[in-house]
Structures are given as structure tokens and as C-alpha cells.
Design a binder for this molecule. Sequence first.
Ligand SMILES: Cc1cc2nc3c(=O)[nH]c(=O)nc-3n(C[C@H](O)[C@H](O)[C@H](O)COP(=O)(O)OP(=O)(O)OC[C@H]3O[C@@H](n4cnc5c(N)ncnc54)[C@H](O)[C@@H]3O)c2cc1C
Length: 359
Amino acid sequence: MKTIETLIIGGGLSGLYAAGLLAEKNLPFILLEARERIGGRILSIEHKGFFTDMGPSWYWPEINPKLTGLIRSLGIHGYPQFEEGLGRLEHPNGQIQTVKGFATEPVSWRINGGMQSIVNKLAALLPEKTVKLKNPVCEIEKAPGGALVRVGELELEPINQFMARRIILAIPPRLAAATILFTPDIPHHLTQAMLRTGTWMAGQAKFFTLYDVPCWRKAGLSGQAFSQRGPLGEIHDGSSQEEGPYGLTGFLGIPAFQRKDNQSLTRAILDQLASIYGDTAAQPTAFYYQDWAREKYTATEFDQPPMYEHPIYQPPAGQISIWDGIIHFAGTETADRQGGYLEGALVSAQRAVDNIYPS
Ligand SMILES: Cc1cc2nc3c(=O)[nH]c(=O)nc-3n(C[C@H](O)[C@H](O)[C@H](O)COP(=O)(O)OP(=O)(O)OC[C@H]3O[C@@H](n4cnc5c(N)ncnc54)[C@H](O)[C@@H]3O)c2cc1C
């Protein structure tokens, strides 16, 4: 078996950015991605040329220097979140109040072409056949000169295996500890630290509705609403920068265990939109829903309860690599700056590559 210099596990933003950094230096690598698509938590679904972001939709140019630079270098354009007009507040008893609206600070920006355009453009710059989809890693075994990586389901015959000199582990640490077998065992305190590291937004679900006409804007509303009743907890205008399509998008406010029946949930979401914005809001031209808590390559059982605060992320147990530099941690939850966010995905990837190839 040929030894791969650097094997990247995970084709989200972090893994793809690490791949891009290696490719820029003409360094060899292979990237293994479990899903049939790249992007991980980044997912934009196309509707007639418009892209609905079902994962991240915002970046903050004022505090995301790496991401803003990357977006610019890839020739992608952003635009500020629409916030003109009044907001709505839904009380637990269903009473709806019109409020001043909450201006985000720093200003949130959306991406023309959706967040997916970042990962698509990054992947297009990589050498051919370096990204292998449908390759879920199930085991990493230390071996002379590196590690043997098995792909498939544990206990079953592997569908693929690779010998790697080094590994960049670009998946959430909690998911890695819960789903990948490390041989020999990684230290107990490290496994615990990985399991304790909540995967940011993994327990969330998001909706997106599209319209030809923005009824809320016509009524002087910004589209921003907060609800203490549910099922939606937070709503924003998700419209295109152009003259349509117009969209409402946001997060479910109820925990994962209450989100089992998609049909009644869809009805409840549309009813809630009607009560907040008027009846036409319940007749979108398209409706999308994504429950990240049910995604086995994002969330574990530990991610099902809601996370109320943004954790302070850092490399697991303070370690940026293990096994004498064979495995290097990347992925946003291992970043010591902007962890959990897209910016953290880049920060951690850069650290892993710099650690392997110090300049
Ligand atoms: C609903 C939602 C809204 C968000 N909003 C924002 C926002 O507005 N702004 C912001 O900055 N951030 C936001 N985030 C967070 C942002 O999405 C993440 O910070 C970022 O996408 C993480 O990238 P990553 O590459 O570190 O991890 P991931 O995107 O999770 O990538 C990990 C990759 O590893 C793959 N994988 C998993 N297991 C295996 C395995 N065993 N073998 C091989 N591959 C595997 C996965 O399929 C995935 O592709 C949001 C997230 C969600 C879910």
C-alpha cells in the first residue's frame, strides 16, 4: 500500500482549506469525506439559481479576517443582512408585538451564491482525484511510520484503507471520539475532553421559505422576529441581493427530541409565519427544512439537547497533535480563535498545516 504524505479526514470548510493550503505548496495529500457531498455543515440548496443556506449563512467582515480574505480571493461577493424596518416578538401566549428590531453588531453579511460557493470554489482548485467522497473513516491504527486508516463500518470488512504518514483530523472532536476507533487507545482525559466539546449548532434545525413578493417588507417589517412560543425561535430575512427571490429563514426554537414529525412541524412553521407576517407568508413558492441533529456525520447523542451558550473552544485537552505528530487536530471546534464559526475552521486548518510544515 502506497503511503500518503498527508491524509485529511473531513471535507468541511476546515478540511478543504487545509487541502488548499497543501495544494498551494504542491504538497501531496488525499482528503476523505464521509458524505456524498463536500461542505459538512455548509449546505446551500439551489432554487432557480438562488441558494438557500441551510447551515451557516453569515460572516462578519469586521471580525473574520481570514474568511473575508478567502471570500475575496475566490471572487465571491457578500452583502449585508437586510434589517430595514420593524421586528416582531411573539410571546409565550401567542400574542405578537411589533418592536424596534435588533441591529446586529458587527453587521452580519450573506454570500451571493450561498456559503456553498466557498467550498465549491475551494474544491475546484484542488488537484484531480484528491477528494474522495463516500469514505467514512471508522478506525485509525498507529503503525510504523504513520497510521493505517480504515474506511467503512466498524466490525465489517473495510471498504477502503490508506496508510498515511500524517493525518489532519478535520471533523468535530466529539464526533471523532464517538465514532472513530483509535488503536492504541488515545488517553482517557483526551477522549473525555473531545466528548465534552459540543459541536456548534449540531443540535439545531433550520427552515427556509421563498416568495416572489416579500409581504413583510411591504408591511414595513424587516423580517426579523423572535418567538418565545415556537416552533420557530428566530426568523430573519434571507432574500437574494437581487430583485428576488425573497426569503424568510431561521432556527427552530424547540429541542431535537420534539422535532420528530416533519409533516406536522412544517404545518406548525407555516402557521406561525402566517400569524407573525400575515397569511401570504404561509404560501411560499418553496419550503426547505434541515435538521442537523439527525445528521450522523455532524451530530451525536450528546448534541441532541440544546446548547444555550457559545463554548470557549480550544484544542482538545490543549493538544494540537498526538502520537508524536501523526494526528493533527483541525476543525472549528479545535480553534483557539473564533471556534465554532467558519473563521475558526480556517484558523484551525492553518494551524495544522503550519504545524506539519513549519515555514
Ligand atoms: C444551522 C447552522 C448555522 C450556522 N451558522 C453559522 C454562521 O452563520 N456563521 C458561522 O461562522 N458559522 C455558522 N455555523 C457553524 C459553521 O457551519 C461551522 O463553523 C463550520 O461549517 C465548521 O466547519 P468544519 O470543517 O470545522 O466542520 P464540518 O463542517 O462539520 O466538517 C466536518 C466534515 O467531516 C465529515 N466527516 C464526519 N465524520 C467523518 C468520518 N468519520 N470520515 C470522513 N469524514 C467525516 C463530515 O461529513 C463533514 O463534511 C452554523 C452551523 C449550523 C449547523
